[in-house]
Design a protein around this ligand. Structure first.
Ligand SMILES: [Zn+2]
Length: 381
């Protein structure tokens, strides 16, 4: 059965009048509409989610007989286009049970802020509950990401981690305690997340990623992959990139570089991949190419600095990118471009962007079908 459309002015976009002007505010912006006779203000009052557009017109025409139905319809369409309206007839029936409505009520309100009359804010949460995300790595970034995936209501999560807890992890790895030193991270993390959200379906892969086939096994069936695994430093990004391209699963990845955080989204078949980036650097940027080769030769990785303010900033960005990809509520920000956030000023900038290369051995259109060529070098630091 098709739901009726009962336009409702969003709670967070209130309308108010000042000196013959009507203002509708919301999300940091204010719209200004001339309203000498108060008709538009009156219409806003009628947009309370209990009337169809035709009923709004009838009630409005009682006070303002000169107004036409076409004018009311046009005004409602314009309000909808501006993001002021939600459909008051939409219900969570068949999408969310009582527990889900209560637990994710604030998410639903957030999604509602993006909805138009044609949308259903409850559907966004249903999409998250049905989503399958693979998380590679349960270190500093992975702990925060897993906690937030569970909080947000991602229904199915597969985690991959081989490491054990060390004392130096505890400045940022919030799922572990002093008493956990020496214990496997994956067991501790999963136990705690199940206590936090008993409904989450969470699968453990307690092993080290050692090649692309391991990645393919870990990402099988996933809607999005989040990779924050960082060992082996010089190889893992390439295995993950190739695995995600071959599986056709979007990849969201990022990390810390001492004083800055970076993140990047790869959508197979749409954006350039990590190997496209590497090829581009080697073809066009002699300085960076030499630096990469030097890092690989000397196995230079990070300096083991990891500061929690940057950890939580970048994990928020990675989670946000994941929700964008899963729900389409807004387009991904970092698709095909490496974004950078510096601790000095928290300024977010595009650090690098690159295109998909037709001759990329991993994702290129000229790549023969079947397993792509083995990467010869793995130099993305
Ligand atoms: Zn590529």
């Amino acid at each position: 059965m098709t739901q009726p459309i009962l336009p409702k002015l969003k709670h967070m976009t209130p309308a108010f009048a000042v000196d013959g002007m009507l203002y509708i505010s919301g999300y940091g912006q204010v719209a200004e509409i001339p309203d000498d006779n108060g008709a538009i203000h009156r219409m806003c009052r009628l947009l309370d989610g209990t009337r169809t557009a035709a009923e709004v017109y009838c009630d409005l025409a009682a006070d303002y007989p000169e107004i036409t139905a076409a004018e009311v319809e046009a005004a409602i369409a314009q309000f909808d286009e501006s993001g002021f309206l939600i459909n008051g007839a939409v219900t969570p029936d068949g999408l969310l049970d009582d527990y889900e409505q209560a637990r994710w009520a604030r998410n639903i309100n957030f999604f509602g802020s993006y909805c138009s009359l044609a949308d259903n804010q409850f559907q966004y949460q249903r999409t998250l509950l049905d989503a399958r995300v693979t998380l590679l790595g349960l270190g500093g970034l992975g702990c925060h990401i897993l906690q937030d995936l569970a909080a947000m209501g991602i229904g199915h999560v597969r985690v991959v981690e081989f490491d054990r807890v060390e004392m130096s992890n505890l400045n940022r790895q919030i799922l572990y305690r002093d008493a956990d030193i020496g214990q496997p991270k994956i067991d501790l993390a999963v136990d705690r997340i199940r206590q936090f959200n008993p409904r989450i379906d969470i699968e453990k892969i307690p092993r080290r990623i050692e090649n692309t086939d391991d990645v393919l096994a870990a990402v099988d069936g996933a809607d999005v992959v989040i990779s924050v695994a960082d060992r082996p430093k010089m190889e893992i990004n390439h295995w993950v990139n190739e695995g995600c391209v071959r599986a056709g699963v979007p990849l969201v990845t990022g990390g810390l570089d001492t004083q800055r955080a970076v993140y990047f989204t790869m959508v197979p078949g749409q954006t350039g991949c990590i190997e496209c980036w590497r090829l581009g650097v080697f073809r066009t940027d002699q300085v960076s190419a030499t630096l990469l080769a030097e890092k690989r030769e000397r196995q230079i990785g990070g300096d083991n600095a990891a500061f929690v303010p940057l950890v939580t900033m970048v994990t928020g960005l990675l989670i946000g990118e994941t929700v964008r990809l899963l729900t389409g509520v807004a387009p991904p920000v970092a698709a095909g471009r490496l974004m950078q956030l510096r601790f000095d000023d928290y300024e977010m900038t595009e650090y690098e962007t690159w295109k998909r290369l037709p001759d990329c051995p991993v994702c290129g259109t000229s790549t023969p079908t079947g397993p792509p060529a083995t990467l010869k070098t793995n130099q993305l630091a």
